[in-house]
Design a protein around this ligand. Structure first.
Ligand SMILES: NC(=O)c1ccc[n+]([C@@H]2O[C@H](COP(=O)([O-])OP(=O)(O)OC[C@H]3O[C@@H](n4cnc5c(N)ncnc54)[C@H](OP(=O)(O)O)[C@@H]3O)[C@@H](O)[C@H]2O)c1
Length: 224
């Protein structure tokens, strides 16, 4: 079966990705930040520690996986949403968002790109947000979150170009407004299971023509 590596499986969208791929009998490397949040034992599932801000965690996971081929990486770990307004911005939190939402995914790809190259499917999916779209920003605010996701989108676009010769398809996915802690409201429009099933569907039909694009969870292309 194919192998997927997923970040941010402690809760929410990442956890749901892991559970759905396990149900479909994939080999799943589900990474957690807090050991208390490891997924229950299941066939094909490996729980591994990875805080995307800690270089040592990357080194240890790489040493553990060695040259094992990966078919798909789902870069999902992220934090948001900052509510800081001009005049009362929390720059420490802005910096934290960059560390987790922007730099972490880049380090993830740099660490495991050879594993992905030796996989069969060779797909990289990043969970972004339409809040990172400059063209769709009509309401302002959320400086740190928007900038961290816009930076993430820029990085994924460059990776799509740089990794094209290796046959790796890169896509950024907006999950919709999802009923997770990250969604920030129990009134969020989309149940997490539905969002993840839809994103998995987009990942499934991805071809090299789609590399470097941003899509909503339902496959609708989004503007930068
Ligand atoms: N829900 C939405 O409506 C929505 C909309 C647009 C985009 N997104 C994006 O979707 C992704 C998942 O968010 P979610 O909605 O599922 O919210 P969530 O439940 O808060 O999940 C975020 C996950 O990221 C993990 N994480 C945080 N910092 C980390 C770190 N340094 N290293 C590794 N993992 C870390 C969290 O672990 P801990 O619990 O241990 O902190 C948690 O498992 C994020 O990238 C978010 O920006 C969500």
């Amino acid at each position: 079966m194919p192998t997927v590596l997923i970040t941010g499986c402690d809760t929410g969208i990442g956890r749901e990705f892991a559970q759905q791929y396990v149900r479909d009998a994939w080999d799943v490397i589900a990474t957690y930040r807090d050991p208390d949040n490891q997924l229950e034992h299941a066939t094909g599932l490996r729980n591994r520690k990875l805080d995307v801000t800690i270089a040592e965690d990357f080194h240890e996971l790489k040493a553990d996986l060695g040259d094992e081929p990966l078919d798909l990486i789902v870069s999902n770990a992220g934090v948001g949403l900052d509510t800081g307004k001009l005049g009362s911005l929390d720059y420490d939190y802005v910096r934290t968002m960059y560390e987790i939402n922007t730099i972490g995914p880049l380090r993830l790809v740099e660490t495991f790109v050879d594993n992905l190259t030796s996989g069969t499917q060779r797909r990289l999916a990043t969970v972004t947000s339409r809040m990172g779209s400059i063209g769709l920003n009509l309401s302002g605010g959320h400086y740190g979150y928007r900038a961290s996701k816009a930076g993430l989108n820029a990085i994924m676009r460059s990776l799509a170009i740089d990794l094209f010769p290796r046959g790796i398809t890169v896509v950024s996915l907006h999950p919709g407004w999802v009923d997770t802690a990250g969604g920030g409201s129990p009134n969020a429009a989309i149940p997490v299971a539905e969002s993840v099933a839809s994103m998995r569907n987009v990942i499934r039909w991805l071809g090299s023509h789609e590399t470097g694009q941003v899509y909503s969870y339902d496959g609708t292309p989004l503007t930068w």
